[in-house]
Design a protein around this ligand. Structure first.
Ligand SMILES: [Zn+2]
Length: 296
């Protein structure tokens, strides 16, 4: 096998995450401005809920603390990028507690996550996963106080992830809520996923994080704000990956297993998260299907 064929395959094996996309994409993914989290600006809350699932190991207190250390590192890195790019941002991680506990078991809500549900494009698995997330959100909402006055009218009981996010918006007085469910995949190493309302059509976005790698967490957070994957994988558009790799080798949406301090944001990702207003022609060209590159 020639070297040029090996590179995308190696990247595919090394990648630890995927933006979940239903259906083939042969055009520029239009996830900018299409997500409920809004732009990655102003006051942003990363809301972390830890769930023990039957198919994986339960979290210990150490696991949760060390994962939150990684969450803080990811936030610090994004904050630093914002400062360098003169973007007004204040990003704060919050660890969810239900009745004083830092994690809860999915059996409390009679839910059962199957790892098969997160690695497939089959609709029934996808629907099962969305149902799981709704049940988890409903239970988690018990740990979040209702606000007495709510202009958004969210005093109603929480039944799904969308309503959980509405309650969090009220609680933290910001529209920019990034919801992350953490499961303990340290040993089994399933991939993290972000479900994007534009590309995979849940009502709201959320991430399912399986690792405690700061680069991975930052990568997923950027997905929640519209960033797209820039490495080849089976659920993604067939971008001009070799040129992307050549031009932006350390782009965080291309590679996330490196030390986060070695990674950067390309103008492509800055455009998708709302930090730049335009995508330059040279970069636009990289995002079209190889077969459609010629006109550009
Ligand atoms: Zn990704």
């Amino acid at each position: 096998m020639c070297k040029s064929n090996l590179i995308p395959i190696l990247l595919l094996l090394l990648s630890s995450c995927s933006l979940y996309i239903v259906g083939p994409q042969d055009h520029i993914v239009s996830s900018r401005n299409m997500n409920v989290c809004g732009h990655l600006k102003d006051s942003v809350i990363l809301y972390a809920i830890f769930i023990d699932v039957n198919e994986l190991h339960p979290f210990t207190q150490y696991d949760i603390q060390s994962t939150m250390d990684s969450v803080q590192k990811a936030c610090n890195w994004i904050q630093k990028q914002a400062d360098t790019n003169h973007v007004t941002l204040s990003i704060k991680p919050i660890l969810h507690k239900t009745r004083g506990k830092l994690s809860f078991h999915e059996r409390r809500v009679l839910a059962r996550l199957s790892l098969r549900d997160i690695g497939t494009r089959k609709r029934r698995h996808y629907n099962h996963l969305m149902g799981w997330a709704d049940k988890i959100s409903r239970y988690a909402s018990r740990g979040i106080k209702r606000q007495k006055s709510s202009k958004l009218g969210t005093k109603i009981r929480v039944n799904n992830t969308e309503q959980l996010i509405a309650r969090l918006r009220d609680q933290y007085k910001t529209d920019h809520i990034s919801l992350m469910f953490f499961i303990n995949g340290y040993y089994e190493r399933p991939r993290s996923f972000t479900f994007n309302s534009q590309t995979s059509s849940p009502n709201v976005e959320f991430s399912l994080i399986t690792h405690k790698n700061p680069s991975d967490i930052a990568h997923e957070l950027l997905h929640l704000f519209g960033a797209v994957d820039l490495y080849p994988h089976r659920q993604q558009a067939n971008f001009n990956y070799s040129e992307i790799a050549e031009k932006y080798p350390d782009e965080i949406m291309r590679i996330s297993h490196k030390n986060i301090d070695k990674l950067m944001l390309s103008p492509i990702t800055k455009y998708y998260i709302g930090w730049e207003n335009d995508l330059h022609k040279a970069d636009t060209r990289l995002l079209y299907h190889l077969n459609n590159v010629t006109p550009y």
